[in-house]
Design a protein around this ligand. Structure first.
Ligand SMILES: NC(=O)c1ccc[n+]([C@@H]2O[C@H](COP(=O)([O-])OP(=O)(O)OC[C@H]3O[C@@H](n4cnc5c(N)ncnc54)[C@H](OP(=O)(O)O)[C@@H]3O)[C@@H](O)[C@H]2O)c1
Length: 314
């Protein structure tokens, strides 16, 4: 199968994931882009027109070489990763294989002029002095964070034009929502009348998946290289975020139990306060994030359209 589009050839990894899906839906319509979507296993997106799909496990070097040499992309937007922070802590080999070796496989298989756009995380920082700028020094606290920091170093040491886009708590509606992001988890639990324990001592700037996808696409189309911090513009505690979700959807806030991070006994340590200074992305990537309330409006509409949300006060 071939696409009818032309222009820049962009290959997206992890196209079944939350950010990957948003990239596919934003890029497949563009006349100035030829899109190759790749992910582990079958294509799980409903819409299959406007792009080529290739199954691609980034830990399989031969497969990576074959797909890249077949399509010769001008740009790779690398979203695929092992993203469950606690699973990374307990399954360290798998985490390293996907998050670091996978990046090495891509970089060693592509043409040295290919623009490599790599997704990374606020968790590379220790969270003692957020919000962070691109010039701050990472100090990862968990195995996931270390693997993402190590992958950044692999990218920075490569000869290729590279961009590292760090982001924070991505939220949004995706197809086949097997993994719920913070906002959908809170919404689903509260709608089902379930009590949830939510931390009061971690601060984050939640990022709408569509906003992040737009920043990645601008980096690709404008050939922007270097490190960019791309997140929502509002940093707040996780419990504040969940309470805003509860208020917005008219749900029972008494189900939200405030807890401290230490009481959860999670395998992986989390940075207490991150948040980003996003001025560089605003200036150079034409990045204009939605507020959390605007983001909730967008996801409410999408949830209604796909039948997930049947009724709401709004
Ligand atoms: N989610 C966040 O809050 C957050 C915050 C900061 C940074 N980030 C970074 O942002 C990026 C995108 O995150 P996301 O939320 O879109 O992640 P996601 O929804 O978990 O999607 C990741 C995708 O990668 C795929 N994948 C995993 N292992 C693979 C492999 N070996 N080969 C090919 N594909 C593989 C997964 O496939 P399956 O669907 O088959 O499992 C999944 O579709 C990641 O690099 C992540 O580290 C995320």
């Amino acid at each position: 199968m071939s696409t009818e589009n032309s222009g820049k050839k962009i290959l997206v990894t992890g196209s079944n994931g939350l950010l990957g899906q948003k990239l596919v839906y934003a890029l497949r319509q563009r006349k100035d882009v030829t899109l190759i979507a790749t992910s582990r296993g079958e294509n799980r997106l409903k819409e299959k027109a406007g792009y080529v799909y290739e199954p691609l496990d980034i830990t399989d070097k031969v497969q990576v070489q074959n797909v890249i040499s077949k399509h010769q992309p001008d740009c790779i937007i690398h979203t695929a990763a092992m993203t469950n922070v606690d699973a990374c802590e307990t399954k360290r080999e798998e985490c390293r294989l996907i998050n670091v070796t996978g990046v090495e496989n891509l970089l060693s298989s592509m043409h040295p002029q290919t623009h490599f756009i790599h997704l990374s995380t606020d968790f590379v920082f220790d969270g003692n002095k957020g919000p962070y700028s691109e010039n701050d020094t990472p100090n990862p606290l968990s195995y996931y964070a270390q693997s993402k920091y190590d992958s950044e170093k692999v990218v920075m040491q490569s000869e290729t034009p590279w961009t590292i886009i760090r982001t924070i708590i991505i939220y949004g509606v995706s197809e086949n929502m097997s993994r719920l992001n913070l906002i959908l988890w809170a919404l689903k639990s509260l709608r089902n009348g379930e009590k949830i324990r939510v931390v009061t001592d971690q601060y984050r700037a939640p990022t709408l998946a569509e906003d992040l996808a737009a920043a990645c696409i601008n980096a690709a189309m404008k050939n922007k290289t270097g490190i960019y911090h791309v997140s929502g513009s509002e940093t707040m505690s996780i419990i504040e975020i969940v309470n805003i979700v509860a208020d917005y959807f008219g749900l029972d806030k008494t189900l939200v139990e405030p807890v401290t991070t230490s009481s959860l006994n999670q395998p992986a340590r989390r940075p207490p306060r991150t948040g980003f200074i996003i001025d560089k992305a605003i200036r150079e990537l034409d990045y204009h994030p939605h507020s959390l309330i605007q983001g909730l409006e967008i996801i409410k509409k999408q949830l209604r359209e796909n039948g997930w949300l049947v009724e709401s006060k709004h």
